[in-house]
Design a protein around this ligand. Structure first.
Ligand SMILES: [Zn+2]
Length: 437
């Protein structure tokens, strides 16, 4: 083992020590030289694989990483082996717990009518115009009691963990009144307390203009800027402010206005961008968005600008799949240009009802021509960058959180290969074990 466990002088091993051995492939995601920016280009293929690996975690943190043979000779481990929880991985694959950096879990019901209409040929815009889409989820969220929303979110987080996800960015955005947006954020924060993983809440009050503000979007933007953002910031209910900037949602000028308000209240910004139509990115880059998500439509100049920055492009191919689109975001164009990309589920009731990061990775490989290795890096370390948690998440290295996903496969490429089946065997969330099967 490259590093000795820190508490070597303790008489007994702490109760929460966890020792994984005989890992067939341990994907550490560590690189030859430490990186202070998201992975890009060929670095996305560097997985830092240790064969027959071992990981020791104490107190929710990773303490040492190496191969099993060396670990079993480690004096501290030899002395305390009977007291630590040892898990024989018997050749399974261990990856950093997935970081799902784009989800919308606060809603009540699936949108089954929209599902059928879309199958019959209606477009996203036609469904929205007929009263479906985002607006159709509002009433139920506005009427729901906070504990009921909390239980919905908690159930989703547990399902996500069963598929290997240990860190989740969770957005509000199906209330769209001051009260119901704050209620949604509270539900996220309360659910997070009941889940051993890590949750990052995002205010998405600017998801769509609710119908009572039809034709007066500026009035609604003012509520977002002057009421929702200040209240959410003051109560520490959100770490990010997100805006759906597109045709039929918020205009670029409105998005800048909301970004300015977010920054004035100390919140970082991110946006749904380029999903339905292209928007020039230059005006937004001064706000240093942590991530721009979807990005199906983008021009070459903006791709070149993004390659120079740490703003992550978060790709959500589940939305393209579920909408039945024939085209997907051009991941190769971003990666080959040096733009850092992440993968997320975009879990939501209208366009991407999946909690499965392995499914998102499979779509990334088959539809966006990302390599299985690139998909792993995009779903872990770059996802962590997309929510500003890369210092403590996204790779298996001493000092980082004990966030691990154990897959019952022999080769990491199988994670994206066996699509539609869950091969996650166990997840470790901040040192806490959740069995999956
Ligand atoms: Zn989204």
């Amino acid at each position: 083992m490259p590093q000795k466990p820190a508490p070597a002088k303790r008489k007994a091993a702490p109760r929460d020590s966890l020792f994984l051995t005989n890992v067939g492939q341990l994907l550490t995601l560590r690189t030859a030289s430490p990186k202070s920016s998201p992975r890009r280009g060929s670095d996305l293929n560097e997985l830092g694989i240790i064969n027959d690996g071992a990981v020791l975690c104490i107190g929710g943190k990773i303490v040492s990483v190496g191969n099993t043979k060396d670990a079993l000779h480690d004096p501290w481990i030899r002395k305390h082996r009977k007291q630590i929880t040892e898990i024989d991985c018997a050749g399974k694959v261990v990856v950093p717990g997935f970081v799902d950096s784009h989800t919308h879990p606060v809603f009540v019901s699936p949108r089954l009518v929209d599902f059928e209409k879309r199958i019959e040929g209606a477009s996203y815009e036609q469904i929205a115009a007929a009263g479906g889409g985002i607006r159709s989820s509002l009433e139920a969220v506005r009427n729901a009691a906070r504990p009921a929303l909390k239980m919905k979110v908690l159930g989703v987080l547990q399902d996500m963990a069963a598929h290997g996800t240990t860190t989740v960015e969770a957005k509000s955005g199906y209330g769209l009144t001051l009260e119901s947006e704050l209620k949604s954020l509270e539900a996220i924060c309360e659910a997070a307390l009941g889940w051993p993983g890590t949750v990052v809440p995002t205010l998405l009050g600017a998801h769509v203009v609710p119908k009572e503000f039809h034709g007066r979007s500026q009035k609604y933007v003012e509520i977002v800027c002057k009421e929702m953002i200040p209240r959410a910031a003051r109560r520490n209910l959100a770490q990010f402010v997100d805006v759906f900037c597109d045709e039929g949602a918020f205009a670029p000028e409105e998005t800048q206005q909301i970004f300015s308000a977010a920054q004035a209240h100390g919140l970082s910004v991110r946006a749904h961008m380029g999903q339905l139509s292209e928007t020039a990115l230059a005006p937004f880059l001064r706000f240093d968005p942590v991530s721009l998500d979807h990005m199906d439509h983008v021009n070459d100049d903006d791709v070149r600008q993004l390659a120079k920055r740490n703003t992550v492009v978060t790709l959500v191919p589940g939305a393209n799949y579920f909408l039945g689109l024939k085209t997907y975001p051009d991941a190769r164009r971003f990666i080959d240009a040096g733009v850092p990309v992440a993968l997320a589920t975009d879990y939501n009731p209208g366009t991407s009802p999946t909690i499965s990061m392995p499914m998102a990775m499979s779509l990334a490989c088959t539809q966006m021509k990302m390599s299985p290795a690139e998909a792993i890096a995009a779903a872990t370390i770059n996802g962590a960058w997309a929510i500003r948690l890369a210092e403590g998440k996204g790779s298996i290295e001493p000092g980082k959180a004990a966030d691990l996903a154990v897959f019952d496969v022999e080769d990491y490429r199988e994670i994206a290969y066996w699509y539609g089946a869950n091969h996650c065997w166990m997840t470790v969330l901040n040192g806490v074990i959740a069995t999956c099967q």
